[in-house]
Design a protein. Sequence first.
Length: 288
Amino acid sequence: MNEEYGLLDPDNADAPGDEWEEIDVSDTEADRIARRRDREFNQFRERIKDSEQFKVEQSVFDDATLAALYKLVQDGYVQAFGGPISSGKEATVYSALGDDDEHEEVAVKIYRISASNFRDMREYLVGDPRFEELGGDKKRIVLAWVRKEFANLERARKAGVRVPEPIAVQRNVLVMEFMGNDGRRAPTLADARLENPRTAFEVVREYMRRLFDAGLVHGDLSEYNILVSNGELCIIDVGQAVTFHHPNSGEFLTRDCVNVASFFRREGIDIHGDELEAWIRENAESER
Ligand SMILES: Nc1ncnc2c1ncn2[C@@H]1O[C@H](COP(=O)(O)OP(=O)(O)O)[C@@H](O)[C@H]1O
Ligand SMILES: [Mg+2]
């Protein structure tokens, strides 16, 4: 089992919750670039500000966000930015050209620091010692959040859950595998037409169990955070996912189960949240 899903050894240094304890989020390379403002960065900045696809964003990105994009281009993770895919409360997701054959197209998730909705994040932050150390500093919290999303994507992959492959993180920007085909993004489970809801349910249930076994609870799981990409289900939006250390992880699991069960009930599957949660707990390899 351990081998099949790459489960983490709890004694390992990479145990849940340890990923970024030592990470300094107070100053990043992007912040330094924004301060230095050399000619090359200034040119990049003007080009981005003039480009059509970024005009859609009501609040033009601040210099440090532009510097993060610049750094990602410099480091070769992104060649060119495409249009926006989605604009949510905390982040806007863009499509972009990746730099090698492996990642021809990538998704770039840009978190807003000034406009980020703290109230919505708070529920996941309170009680998590990793965040409490950051105090109330909004920028540091958003930066830590993005790193957590990256770490959670890695952890989910190791646990055998289909998620976008995380590629790079820079300040408030996350680059990941683009889910879709021929430049068209994959629909969410809410928008896709399911030919076989029973099988889809079983896959989602198994992914929830694997996450749980890897010590993670998604915390915002619903038909809106599951994509159907080339016939495969893919879990997204794992920034808020918590480890079982979090005091509310049980409550989050219950809520995820209720959301997932009500979606599949509408698809004709006879399932309730409590039954789904019981199944996950009963079938978990680990005991918690
Ligand atoms: N890796 C990806 N590939 C393709 N589309 C994506 C990807 N990540 C996000 N999206 C699209 O962007 C939307 C918002 O992304 P999500 O991570 O759920 O952010 P939010 O916090 O705004 O809900 C998703 O519903 C999906 O349509
Ligand atoms: Mg989402």
